[in-house]
Design a protein around this ligand. Structure first.
Ligand SMILES: [Zn+2]
Length: 494
């Protein structure tokens, strides 16, 4: 495509070789040890670090900038659909947590407790929120009076604590950043509509901004949120074939609103419990980005979420006019609204800079040196395909959007192709277990709906039902052979 005049091939090859060599030293090959590769990327791309408290991570500026981009996009979508942000306290009194039985049983094993205020023992323990349904409902019950107040469309950006035994940065940490929406509606239909509206916002954001294809659908009873009537999920497939639950939207019915005495006076003069939803995505999405697109040179970021979309690197910056020209180009690109960075640090070699921005997943690198200036062009390198091409200097700014859109789309296409290649049909239980042991991926199967069969799959091969699908592959359950009720996606999951 953008191949105009390729410059000095031998120089280019030399740089590539250096790059490869440096990287062999720096990160584990993903085909050899995917888990170690992941950890290496988190550290080498400077996304996060371990903290003095076991299981808690520090999100470093580069990782946080990715989160801020996700946050900004979703926040706008929430507001466009009528939601407002607010904030509830970090601590929840124990008696509130105990009000919804299924909910407390679901979260009890991973709750952190505050028992003292200063030196004084508290009369009632306070839990550090694992999620905020209970404290929010206690306040909604004070606020809600009339049908005229509905719907309540509120969201909060915060962190929650769930005490985890095994942790991995972004994927599972004892504290993580997220948003939690909590809405109230007059009817069940409206609440269900809201649940699905949010699910669609999540799907759209993850597919169009993060370039990760997802399945979206209903969770099984066993896999649903503690206290929910129905949980909907978006499920992504990572490069190793494992599933990653990337966001959930719960239809909570009146479970909490009854338990918390949330009532409103309806048009007909009767007191009613409103219908309730909650929904969330977290910094786990950064883990999804790493494992969906990264490669053996580092992170690969889609332009729409990348903190820096374009980096300009002056080549032979000591030569007259190079830095000036690079700065001029930087100003033009910045003025056109792109997230661009100019690396004019003279103390670092060009080869090292190439490595660094590849590790950070910067979608497009623009090199500008004396020869380019002479020819009236710049040299570009795509992070996703490693494709290199020249652009006429006068056309750079006008062409950039097209180039970035193409990178965005091809990152998505590649992930989709991989998911399709790793999606299988399972209709023989023995064979399914052998296949899954050999190759992880999504296995489509028919299921009778019985918990026994679901648990047997989990016990036999640690795969779970990720979500329901729409296809009809047959009429018998994969496990027991009885009449099938649902088509499901089975996978091992993070
Ligand atoms: Zn069955």
């Amino acid at each position: 495509m953008y191949l105009a005049d390729r410059f000095n091939r031998s120089t280019q090859r030399r740089l590539v070789l250096n790059t490869e060599k440096d990287f062999v030293k720096e990160i584990t090959n993903m085909d050899k040890d995917f888990a170690q590769w992941y950890t290496d990327i988190v550290r080498k791309a400077d996304l996060a670090d371990y903290s003095p408290v076991k299981g808690f991570m520090v999100v470093k500026p580069y990782g946080f900038a990715i989160w801020e981009n996700i946050q900004a996009y979703l926040d706008q979508k929430f507001k466009e659909s009528g939601h407002k942000n607010l904030y509830f306290p970090l601590l929840i009194p124990e008696h509130l947590l105990n009000k919804e039985k299924e909910h407390v049983e679901g979260f009890a094993p991973e709750v952190a407790w505050v028992t003292h205020g200063g030196k004084k023992k508290l009369e009632e323990r306070l839990c550090v929120r694992p999620t905020s349904e209970t404290i929010i409902c206690s306040m909604y019950s004070k606020w809600l009076k009339s049908y005229r107040d509905l719907p309540y469309l509120y969201n909060q950006w915060c962190s929650v604590v769930r005490w985890e035994k095994e942790t991995r940065p972004f994927l599972r940490t004892s504290e993580f950043l997220w948003q939690e929406g909590h809405t109230l509606h007059a009817t069940k239909e409206e609440a269900l509509e809201e649940t699905l509206r949010i699910l669609e916002i999540y799907r759209e954001c993850i597919e169009n901004v993060l370039a990760i294809p997802v399945l979206s659908g209903l969770k099984s009873e066993n896999e649903k949120f503690a206290g929910a009537e129905a949980t909907y999920t978006v499920e992504a497939m990572m490069k190793d074939g494992k599933a990653l639950q990337s966001g959930t939207s719960h239809h909570l019915g009146t479970h909490f609103t009854e338990a918390f005495n949330i009532e409103y006076l309806d048009k007909d003069g009767e007191l009613k419990n409103p219908h309730h939803t909650s929904w969330g995505v977290s910094t786990r999405l950064i883990g999804a980005l790493i494992m969906s697109h990264g490669d053996n040179r580092g992170l690969v970021l889609p332009p729409r979420v990348a903190p820096t979309q374009i980096v300009i690197i002056p080549v032979r910056p000591e030569k007259d006019g190079v830095i000036d020209e690079a700065r001029k180009l930087y100003d033009e690109i910045k003025a056109a609204g792109f997230r661009v960075e100019l690396d004019d640090d003279m103390s670092t070699s060009v080869g090292r800079k190439f490595n660094e921005y590849e590790m950070k997943g910067t979608p497009l690198r623009i090199e500008i040196g004396p020869k380019d200036i002479e020819k009236g062009s710049v040299f570009c390198a795509r992070r996703d395909t490693h494709e290199k091409f020249s652009l006429a200097r006068t056309e750079v700014v006008a062409k950039l959007q097209e180039v970035l859109d193409d990178i965005q789309q091809s990152i998505f296409n590649k992930a989709l192709e991989r998911r399709e290649a790793k999606t299988f049909v399972a209709n023989d239980y023995e064979k399914f277990q052998k296949d899954l042991a050999k190759e992880m991926g999504f296995y489509k199967a028919m299921w009778c709906g019985e918990l026994d069969c679901e648990l047997k799959i989990k016990e036999d091969c640690s795969a779970t039902i990720r979500c329901f699908g729409e296809e009809k592959l047959g009429d018998k359950c994969l496990v027991c052979g009885k009449e099938a009720k649902h088509m499901v996606y089975l996978a091992k999951a993070y």
